[in-house]
Design a binder for this molecule. Structure first.
Ligand code: GTP
Ligand code: MG
Length: 429
């Protein structure tokens, strides 16, 4: 089966029969009026209940929980966002489906829509360039590949990765005897996924590691402003909505206002935050966070840390100390050390990743702000050149704009227009 066809079947799900189409139309007109309202009310009610439960349990002086109207605001604004309407609709329909299988399919479509929206900038720039390139060439020759190389480099794919990719593309084009540049688009998309996984890695989505026997601890690291705290808020929201008992530790005692920022997220999402005062020892905050999480039988503790400049030795040492405390208190923890990189900083993110992995064992990358760049190709460079998996991607500023990285959905996001227009008759032989 051709690759575009495979992606189309996986991510662009249409009603299978006339009957289903009719049913869908009926459903849409039936509940479109109440939809936004009921989503909002249901979520807000259940969140209030959970927060009330938590408040009942929370006596420790260092912790704080409160649920104000902010969470409703967040949900409201999520519903109001016109761009996200189709994703919201798809998400809502989860509960209405019959079997687990159809729910799984809907999730795939929903994830694909999010990647499509989040990668709009990259896609617009990348697709335009690719389309322009294939329109100008009548045959696939050396010049064609040279120009393609430039297009990939301009999308921040990274020189080493681009070279590897071009070489493989040339081989594949020869092997399949492809003459028409139009057909190369599909092979490019296929190679992007292959490059991401490499030769010896299974094409699987790599989620976050969990502790099967108790408290799971995630430690967030990265230079300042990359999106650590925001990602922690989004992740806490996601884990909580999966039914997990989540708690946060305000380990950034360095930057003014950092503790308050995490507390604000705690309120919004409805989870506990352990904090000390500004300037105090981050390792002590994390220690208390662990004790608080244990006493509450929490499932997950997420630790924030101060934005570190790569060359600040004492900050790096502080990070090692934090890690040692976690390792001592919970054997096998931290279950992830997640390095947050800002996709908009391009190749600079690569050098941050190198320095951080020298200072600590980074287990996964969170690539934030993918929505803010036209150079989303950095995902491939990170994976291929650093051998660290990209575990999560930030696709916007809203609480729901965090996704587990999926290379197929990513490539779908890059080529969405071409894949949606894909006509089976054009299938490669
Ligand atoms: N568009 C977009 N903005 C994001 C995303 N993630 C984070 N941001 C924004 O990036 C800015 C910085 O985020 P923070 O979470 O404060 O970053 P930080 O790494 O905690 O920064 P420090 O605490 O100073 O070290 C905020 O304005 C966020 O809203 C994303 O995925 N997309
Ligand atoms: Mg922060």
């Amino acid at each position: 089966m051709s690759f575009f066809k495979k992606l189309k079947e996986k991510f662009v799900k249409g009603p299978e029969s006339e009957e289903e189409k009719e049913q869908q139309k009926f459903d849409e007109t039936e509940d479109s009026d109440d939809k936004a309202h009921s989503l909002e009310a249901d979520s807000a009610d259940s969140e209030h209940q959970e927060v009330a439960d938590l408040q009942g349990e929370t006596e420790a002086p260092e912790t704080e929980v409160s649920a104000e109207d902010e969470e409703e605001d967040t949900l409201e604004s999520a519903v109001d966002e016109e761009d996200d309407q189709d994703v919201e609709d798809l998400e809502e329909s989860f509960g209405e489906e019959d079997g687990a299988e159809s729910q799984e399919e809907d999730e795939k479509v929903s994830i694909a829509s999010k990647f499509k929206m989040g990668l709009a900038k990259t896609r617009n720039s990348f697709s335009t360039k690719i389309n322009d390139l294939v329109a100008r060439y009548r045959t696939v020759d050396e010049d064609f590949f040279e120009e393609l190389e430039e297009v990939l480099i301009s999308a921040d794919v990274g020189v080493t990765t681009v070279m590897e990719m071009i070489e493989e593309l040339e081989m594949e084009v020869k092997r399949r005897n492809v003459q028409d540049p139009q057909k190369v688009k599909e092979i490019i998309s296929e190679k992007l996924v292959e490059i991401y996984y490499g030769d010896d890695r299974a094409e699987e989505i790599e989620g976050l590691n969990e502790n099967p026997d108790g408290l799971t601890i995630y430690l967030f690291v990265g230079v300042n402003g990359v999106g650590k705290t925001t990602t922690i808020g989004k992740l806490a929201h996601r884990l909580k909505s999966e039914g997990k008992n989540v708690t946060l530790a305000a380990g950034d005692t360095f930057r003014a206002g950092a503790i308050e920022q995490l507390e604000e997220w705690g309120k919004r999402v409805g989870v506990n935050v352990t904090k000390h005062s500004e300037g105090s020892d981050p390792a002590a905050v994390i220690y208390d966070g662990i004790q608080s999480a244990k006493s509450k039988n929490a499932d997950v503790l997420i630790c924030d840390t101060a934005g570190r400049l790569q060359n600040k030795v004492n900050l790096m040492n502080e990070l090692s100390k934090v890690k040692r405390v976690i390792e001592r208190e919970v054997p096998g923890a931290p279950h992830e050390v997640l390095l947050v990189l800002d996709a908009t900083t391009g190749q600079n993110a690569m050098s941050q990743a190198k320095t951080f992995s020298e200072a600590t064992d980074v287990s996964g990358i969170v690539l934030s702000k993918l929505d803010g760049t036209a150079k989303g190709g950095i995902v491939l460079a990170i994976r291929n050149e650093l051998e660290i998996p990209v575990k999560l991607v930030g696709l916007g500023e809203k609480v729901t704009d965090l996704e587990t990285f999926d290379a197929h959905a990513f490539v779908y996001g890059l080529f969405a227009d071409m894949i949606e227009e894909y006509d089976e008759e054009e299938e490669l032989s």
